[in-house]
Design a protein around this ligand. Structure first.
Ligand SMILES: [Cu+2]
Length: 176
């Protein structure tokens, strides 16, 4: 009984560590513009090319509420800075979190008059693979969809983790 409990606790600890490690790999928070935040006078094209973005990452836009906003737009709208069409989402809290939930391209502009033309615009490619899987970053073309190679692996690993967790949970219940 006692040894069962010890085993149970050890396994639970290992399982928790696995979960933590996985979370660490998956989500990175990127403050748009780094210390400068989301404001006029910055070069967001340069900023967007500094990083490689992956699914699970989060973009944080920080600015004075009311001075700017954040519009997720289609590529044409990013290029034209004409917001009469092509806006898919608007954020305006001044502390906006955009979850990069799927791979592909994301385009953002500020919709305050003149700001998009002034440079408050950028696009990123979000890699559907793990951070080591390459791709992503700036306006580089998105990585080839290789039938979910590394991404599939990551999902597989996640599933193993959950099965292991359930098994440990069952073991814990039995030993009490
Ligand atoms: Cu603005």
């Amino acid at each position: 009984m006692d040894s069962n409990l010890t085993l149970c606790h050890t396994l639970s600890a290992i399982f928790l560590l696995c979960l933590l490690a996985q979370r660490h790999v998956q989500a990175t928070e990127y403050m748009v513009g780094d210390d400068l935040g989301w404001d006029t006078g910055n070069n967001y094209l340069l900023w967007s090319q500094k990083y490689k973005f992956s699914v699970g990452d989060v973009l944080v836009f920080k600015y004075e509420e009311g001075q700017h906003d954040v519009c997720q737009v289609r590529e044409e709208t990013y290029r034209s800075c004409d917001p009469t069409s092509g806006i898919t989402k608007i954020y305006n809290s001044g502390n906006d979190q955009v979850n990069l939930t799927e791979g592909g391209k994301y385009w953002f502009i500020c919709n305050i008059t003149g700001h998009c033309q002034g440079g408050m615009k950028f696009g990123i490619s979000v890699a559907s693979a793990s951070p080591n899987g390459g791709g992503g970053g700036g306006l580089a073309p998105p990585p080839e969809e290789q039938g979910g190679g590394a991404a599939g692996e990551a999902v597989g690993r996640g599933r193993v983790g959950w099965v292991l967790g359930l098994a440990i949970g069952g073991l814990c219940l039995l030993s009490y």
